[in-house]
Design a protein around this ligand. Sequence first.
Ligand code: 4NP
Length: 168
Amino acid sequence: MTGTGARHPAEAPVVSRLLLACLGNICRSPLAEGILRSKAAAQGLALHLDSVGTGDWHVGQPPDPRTIAIARRHGLDISGLRARQLCATDFDDFDLILCADRSVLAEVRRLAPAHARAPSALLLDWAGVARDGDVPDPYTGGTEEFLAVYRLLERAADGVLARLTRAA
Ligand code: 4NP
């Protein structure tokens, strides 16, 4: 549809292929992926979502049991996800790479091929939640740390979807 300003609910926004990145791809980014997938579906927004780690330690593994548990407490099943490592083709296959913290962002930019298409940014920054903010790594923490990360990622997901919807 053109000229009316109306948008079909299932129409993809300009940025529609989003990659979430963290270090191990078993805590923060799969949780962000699950939350975003659920909220996007509830809004009828067609997004292609995936998540990766910059490291390879957990490739092929499901999310950390504590990540699965905190997601399940909030009605999300992310147990079917499997960790993978960022690769060169991700920079062509996605429109934007959103990173959990500044060290992940630095590593993503270091690994970017010379003609990388997808820009990268900090998740909390891009979402308008916190300027230059990091999603803290909960890996060495306990239930409280995972809950705090869940709450932060939920705010981030709301901010991302609001921004995507405004840009569409
Ligand atoms: P994530 O958390 O980056 O949020 O998935 C981590 C998971 C594993 C490790 C570090 C952070 N690790 O060192 O194995």
